[in-house]
Design a protein around this ligand. Structure first.
Ligand code: NDP
Length: 519
């Protein structure tokens, strides 16, 4: 095998297209995936339409029946084999992620590493979380044995974004597979080669049935998938697209989990370790060129440490450099259209009186955007209210952590958040008060690396959860079973029921539940 740093675009193209065990859906129309730094074509993929998706769905239903019928231990072994395959070929996959998204190789490795941890957890915990269990039936139903179990849904459609083309879809795919479902995976049109690698690597360790199939194409293909009659859609992307996907899902009452964008806040208390906070804020805001759903976009700093923090943050950020070379701190903007959003947000912030502390309009050098720190940006400006998804951050002075929490909760997003303070009690209180699905204290984005924790948001950040036990249940159908184990003392569900029977049961309910509760 060639060493990753020696891989050229021809090899990357071959890796993306020639390792199929299960043929991707055939299609006449095609599209190219490009290296965002150079514009070079990486690979060509077919555009899947109605016909291809329906054919894939038929195959997926068969595969789902086979997969769900395997003993749980067999699914676990196969998923762990996939994890081990990805780990062994991590260098190749990282190279492909680097080429297709432009992110530095180390960042590509980091997202793969996190994905591996999630596959491992989902494989090892699926049975424990979803298996059949007895639940108490209660006094009124004392003659019943009650059982709860979580069954697979069937075929899950996963629609993924391009910014973390491994970690993000795996958060749905691994948990859906571990819960016994087959998956039709539509990666973003900007990262189909990475999606292809994931599907073909799974097919190498599970060659029997197409349990994970690749569906390629643009948004229209995603729309067809959402209308196709799959059992559930796991969507990750922007809130505006989520609304369209939800409308498409409505046609068949297809349920959906929506993992959307954010405008994550980062709070710095007066007793915080300012060096650690500045380091974490710099990385949280700028890594992956700010193209992170849980990236830091707004920083609120308590006034007595505001200037020191701003100085420390500026020092760290000013030296960072985007580029396509191996030494660059982050890469180009993957999606050219995003640069206009960034430009508009900076211009709006400056027009409203915001001060550029590092960079500014001149930081935009397509396809790259240099680091930008903006201070004194009014809360109503777009750089504070809307997802920028670029290497920019606003830093705002607040009176105390409580004001920081209030401003952080002001927007329409509710995905992740960060709190830096040396006081554990204050930190936990702020973390709880923040209207976010996840909060990291004294580190940034740490919750994404804990597979047992659920990941997701509220408001425009979406609904439902991936990861952890909640993530496994998201791709399952709860099944309730009662089994009568002895005749009831009083048969209430019979026309033979008498007034005396009813009286008996009402007396019992009054004794059990009628007691007055004092405050
Ligand atoms: P988009 O919403 O543009 O696209 C997401 C996916 O949906 C892509 O595969 C896209 O296909 C597809 N799509 C587009 N239109 C439709 C449609 N009408 N019906 C069905 N599918 C459609 O998001 P981006 O790819 O630009 O990703 C960035 C966004 O994702 C940001 O807002 C980011 O915050 C969010 N995100 C959220 C995460 C989370 O876990 N909460 C994680 C990562 C990102 P195509 O690309 O081919 O057009």
């Amino acid at each position: 095998m060639r060493r990753p740093e020696l891989l050229d675009s021809m090899t990357v193209r071959a890796m993306a297209t020639t390792t199929w065990t299960h043929e991707p859906a055939k299609s006449v129309e095609t599209f190219d995936t490009l290296n965002p730094a150079t514009g070079e074509v990486i690979a060509t993929f077919g555009v899947c339409g109605e016909h291809e998706i329906q054919a894939a769905l038929v195959r997926a239903h068969r595969a789902a029946a086979w997969w769900a019928g395997l003993p749980a231990t067999d699914r676990r072994i196969r998923l762990l084999a996939w994890k081990s395959h990805i780990t062994r070929y991590m260098a190749r996959l990282a190279e492909l992620v680097h080429t297709e998204t432009g992110k530095p190789l180390a960042d590509a490795q980091l997202e793969i590493l996190l994905a591996i941890v999630h596959i491992d957890w989902a494989a090892k915990n699926a049975h424990k979380v979803l298996r059949s269990r007895k639940v108490r039936s209660g006094l009124v139903a004392i003659n019943q044995a009650a059982t709860l179990e979580y069954q697979p849904l069937g075929v899950v459609g996963v629609i993924g974004p391009w910014n973390y083309p491994v970690f993000t879809p795996i958060g749905s795919i691994a948990y859906a597979l571990a819960a016994g479902n087959a998956v039709l995976f539509k990666p973003s049109e900007f990262t189909p080669a990475v999606g292809g690698w994931l599907a073909s690597s799974f097919a190498e360790v599970v060659p029997e049935q197409p349990v994970l199939q690749l569906i390629t194409g643009s948004g229209e293909t995603g729309d067809i998938l959402a209308r196709s009659g799959v059992s559930k859609i796991a969507f990750t992307g922007s809130a505006s697209t989520a609304r369209k996907v939800m409308a498409a899902c409505a046609q068949n009452l297809t349920p959906m989990v929506a993992e959307c964008g954010g405008k994550d806040a980062f709070l710095v208390g007066s007793d915080a370790d300012l060096d650690a906070a500045a380091d974490a804020a710099a990385w949280g805001a700028l890594s992956n060129a700010g193209q992170t759903c849980v990236g830091v976009e707004r920083v609120y700093v308590v006034e007595d440490v505001y200037h020191t923090f701003l100085e420390k943050l500026s020092e760290r950020v000013a030296g960072l450099r985007p580029g396509e070379d191996r030494e660059a701190d982050y890469g180009p903007m993957t999606m050219p259209g995003q640069i206009e959003v960034i430009e508009t947000h900076i211009a709006d912030a400056l027009a409203r009186g915001g001060r550029p502390i590092v960079g500014g309009m001149a930081s935009i050098r397509r396809p790259f955007v240099g680091p930008v720190i903006l201070a004194d940006v009014p809360e109503e400006s777009r750089a504070v209210t809307d997802e920028t998804f670029g290497p920019t951050v606003t830093v705002t002075k607040v009176a105390d952590l409580a004001e920081g929490v209030r401003l952080a909760n002001g927007g329409h997003y509710g995905l992740g958040a960060t709190v830096f303070t040396g006081n554990r009690k204050k930190a936990m209180a702020a973390a709880r008060a923040l209207r976010s699905g996840m909060t990291a204290v004294n580190s940034v984005i740490a919750y994404a690396s804990v597979p047992a924790l659920p990941f997701g948001g509220s408001g425009d950040s979406g609904f439902g959860r991936i990861h952890g036990a909640d993530g496994l249940r998201e791709f399952s159908r709860p099944k309730a079973i009662t089994r009568q184990r002895m005749k009831p003392l009083v048969n209430l569900t019979s026309f033979a029921r008498t007034d005396k029977d009813m009286k008996k049961i009402l007396s019992l309910v009054t004794v059990l539940h009628g007691k007055r509760y004092k405050k």
